[in-house]
Design a protein around this ligand. Structure first.
Ligand code: UT7
Length: 357
């Protein structure tokens, strides 16, 4: 049998070859963000409100975190209901109908229940076809993880339109007696539709994603109870095992490090300089983390989209909520490059490079 000759093959690319060995261009699919949406509960919890719940003060919260207020879901609102509203907006924003969607993926650490998946709830509530629907858990990096999964599934077919949603009701797992964490988090959902399209000329859409994880640092941000290791018992409840626990200082240090590395990696492997990036849409955890990232990347703060002052940290919902508001406010003009970058429990992290059509 003749051995194939790979010597003239184009170099490996996650996007596949863009030209044949003889230099002819190949028409290949690109995957674009065709619509975005979000949902924020109406109830606002201000820093002043928090001073009535725990021993804190407005100035400490604002200067240490950049957060002024956050949204808190009503008892009747769940990750599933908020995801459904964000999805409805994203589908309309993409000029599609629910029946056009071929795949639903939800990222959340606060699913409506351990199973079935919150994605299945969204699928049936919006009246979609019996398409694939599943959840992914990668904490605050969850949206970047599902974006990369959906990108691959849409690019390689047969899926044409994927709905991806980050949704969280963090107020349900927040320890309202712990002042070091309860000041940080909020509820909400953000969604995007990824669609396959062909391109000619300069490629646009989702260009590349880098993801990472370091399970050795899992203990610095976790909810110990509720899984099979510590199921719910009177003891686990009394000892507050069903609330989020965090070593804030450790998370802070690692967050800056991994977000810098993910951003630099994605720039380097796409042969881009930091000053070519028009906007960065970071995970909204702490303004000081974002300021340190801005200084290390030498990208001015004006190019970072910030809304954490209004919503706090909404974990998997944070990047898609910011993405929707960034698109709506003209932060993502045609032809410009944007980077989405985040980190979260796991420890997990990721960065996605987009060029807007
Ligand atoms: O999506 C990922 C989720 N997590 C994060 O992004 C969190 C990353 N970490 C952080 O954002 C910060 O570490 C925090 C905002 C959580 C804390 O800020 P910090 O500057 O690292 O404060 P610290 O933990 O070093 O605490 C400093 C002081 C302590 O008092 P002493 O020991 O110096 O007397 C705390 O007890 O601030 C005290 N403190 C507070 N004081 C008033 C902690 N929380 C509060 C509070 N109000 N709410």
């Amino acid at each position: 049998m003749k051995t194939p000759d790979f010597s003239t093959a184009p170099p490996f690319s996650r996007e596949g070859p863009t030209e044949t060995p003889s230099g002819q261009s190949i028409s290949e699919p690109s995957v674009v963000i065709s619509g975005t949406g979000h949902y924020l509960p109406h109830k606002v919890l201000t820093n002043t409100d928090l001073t009535k719940i725990v021993d804190t003060n407005e100035e400490w919260i604002l200067t240490r975190t950049g957060i002024s207020e956050r949204r808190i879901a009503e008892p009747t609102e769940t990750s599933g209901t908020m995801a459904t509203e964000a999805a409805r907006m994203a589908i309309a924003n993409a000029n599609l109908q629910a029946e056009d969607i071929d795949l639903v993926i939800v990222a959340t650490i606060t699913p409506d229940q351990p199973f079935p998946a919150t994605a299945c709830y969204v699928q049936t509530t919006l009246g979609m076809r019996t398409i694939a629907a599943f959840d992914v858990e990668a904490a605050c990096s969850g949206f970047l993880y599902i974006l990369d999964i959906a990108h691959a599934m849409v690019r390689n077919g047969p899926y044409r339109h994927a709905l991806i949603i980050g949704t969280e009701k963090l107020s349900a797992i927040t320890d309202w007696q712990d002042r070091s964490t309860c000041i940080l988090f909020g509820d909400g959902a953000g969604a995007a539709v990824l669609s396959r399209s062909s391109f000619s000329g300069k490629k646009t859409g989702i260009l590349d994603t880098t993801l990472g994880a370091d399970g050795a640092n899992g203990h610095i941000l976790q909810m110990p109870g509720g899984g099979c290791r510590i199921p719910a018992t009177p003891d686990s409840i009394t000892s507050r095992q069903h609330f989020l626990k965090m070593n804030g200082r450790e998370v802070f240090k690692l967050a800056v490090k991994v977000m810098e590395k993910a951003s630099l990696d994605i720039l380097a492997r796409n042969h881009l300089q930091a000053d070519e990036i028009h906007s960065i849409i970071p995970h909204q955890a702490n303004i000081r983390i974002i300021e340190m990232l801005s200084s290390r990347l030498e990208i001015p703060m004006e190019r970072f989209f910030i809304n954490l002052d209004q919503y706090g940290n909404t974990s998997a919902a944070s990047i898609p909520i910011a993405l929707h508001e960034a698109r709506e406010s003209g932060f993502c003009p045609s032809g410009a490059y944007s980077i989405l970058v985040g980190f979260g429990a796991g420890l997990t992290w990721g960065a996605t490079l987009i060029r807007w059509p």
